[in-house]
Design a protein around this ligand. Structure first.
Ligand code: NAD
Length: 411
């Protein structure tokens, strides 16, 4: 199933339950604007290379559109379109005053020098600067991009439009960025885990956890969960899975990865098992926080965890989702589970616009507050409608966007 089809599948399932008219469905599923642009640079060796860049602006009924900028060789319009729609529902579930967008350049950033990467970013901004802006569309880092790329983006944009730090979020803290933005998605996953086990009458100390991925999301989630007394028994990254049934030494793993270019390769404090086995371990909580599409109809029957929190975007495909749901697995969906990042981005944007900055404690406090509110609201819809958390989150998101569309008026 193509990425856009999966998002549309979840959309339609929720839309059926709220009797959304065909005309409104068509409107909400049709992106406002899709652009493909040429990104041509001269590489360090003098060679001319041309890449394709994309920006999809899905919906702006609730406010300026918000979504990441991805640099990856497999970026294409279908993937960007799907992720843009996902952002519309995610910002609506979180009740942020935003719509959804996404962008990308089909380039492998690992093959480029820093100078070439900067050129790609500046040429991309040259091509789309008229289409984005603090009140229009606000990009942020995503796969293959980071705070430095955002700094280049803001700098190039300001050459056309003057001082505008709020045109992107996820900037370096020293350049109008937000302390706490980097940890926010992983922290959010941790906050949700805490709320979810509380709801189910389970204690963190009796909850064994496996996390796939030890990058930005996975490592910060691991840190939060360890501090909240959960029992982390398995963590994996590209180098393999590390398993210790009595509980992993999370601070030691964080420290090890920090001194090893972010990788757990060579870590000896746990048994090493095949990376894909992590998904099938006997644990109470599984957190896929690496890539999309890792749980499919093929391996879902072997997934034992009764609780899954989707740290990554789309880690469970729609066939597997159905299979797990029938079995009673409780899944906290990506559009809620990893929304900590966009929520912190919202705080960064608010502060940039006010020229005022908060400290880390206030950021964490406000983040935990908004995440808790969204969780409670989705849980309420789930109870009321007797649906899964994924369908409840989609119902909430679609209803909010639909309502804003109607209130704004379509003349
Ligand atoms: P990252 O690049 O920082 O980390 C990815 C991690 O996954 C690395 O530890 C890598 O080694 C590991 N990994 C890759 N392939 C693996 C495999 N086959 N098995 C096990 N581990 C593997 O990425 P990230 O920022 O942590 O993002 C992870 C996911 O979360 C992505 O799907 C991303 O779209 C989503 N997400 C991220 C954010 C954010 O703020 N960073 C926000 C929302 C959603």
């Amino acid at each position: 199933m193509r990425a856009f089809d999966a998002t549309t599948h979840y959309f339609n399932r929720a839309a059926d339950l709220i009797d959304l008219s065909d005309n409104m469905r068509r409107l909400l599923l049709t992106p406002n604007r899709e652009v493909q642009v040429q990104v041509a640079i001269k590489r360090d060796n003098g060679e001319l290379t041309t890449y394709l860049g994309y920006r999809v602006q899905h919906d702006n009924a609730r406010g300026p559109m918000k979504g990441g900028l991805r640099y990856h060789p497999q970026v294409d319009i279908d993937e960007v379109r799907s992720l843009a729609a996902l952002m519309t529902w995610k910002t609506a579930v979180m009740n942020l005053p935003y719509g959804g967008a996404k962008g990308g350049v089909a380039v492998d950033p690992r093959q480029l020098s820093a100078n070439e990467l900067e050129l790609v970013t500046r040429r991309f901004v040259d091509a789309i600067h008229d289409l984005v802006g603090p009140d229009v569309d606000i990009p942020a880092p995503d796969m293959g991009t980071n705070a430095i790329v955002m700094a280049w983006f803001a700098n190039q944009y300001s050459k056309y439009h003057g001082f505008s730090p709020a045109v992107v979020t996820g900037k370096p803290v020293e350049l109008h960025g937000l302390p706490g933005r980097e940890e926010a998605t992983g922290r959010g996953v941790g906050v949700f885990a805490y709320k979810l086990v509380g709801r189910l009458g389970r204690k963190p100390a009796d909850t064994r956890v496996a996390i796939q991925g030890f990058g930005n999301v996975g490592s910060h989630a691991a840190k939060f969960l360890h501090e909240a007394d959960f029992r982390l028994v398995a963590i994996s990254d590209l180098s393999g899975a590390y398993y210790r049934p009595e509980g992993l030494d999370v601070p030691a793993m964080l420290h090890y990865a920090l001194g090893n270019k972010g990788s757990l390769e060579g870590y000896c404090g746990a048994e090493k098992v095949a990376a894909e086995k992590l998904l099938e371990l006997d644990v109470e909580l599984l957190i896929p926080a690496a890539l999309g599409g890792v749980i499919t109809a093929a391996n879902a029957p072997r997934v034992k965890a009764p609780l899954i929190i989707e740290g990554a975007n789309g880690p469970i495909d729609s066939d597997a989702d159905e299979l797990l749901e029938t079995r009673g697995t409780i899944i906290l969906p990506d559009i809620l589970a990893n929304a900590g990042g966009v929520t912190a981005s919202y705080f960064e944007w608010v502060q940039n616009r006010q020229h005022y900055s908060w400290g880390i404690n206030r950021v964490r406090q406000e983040l935990d507050h908004l995440l808790s509110e969204a969780f409670e609201k989705v849980w309420e819809v789930k109870q009321e409608r007797k649906v899964s958390l994924r369908t409840a989150a989609y119902i909430l998101g679609i209803s909010r966007v639909g309502r804003a569309t109607v209130l704004g008026g379509i003349a």
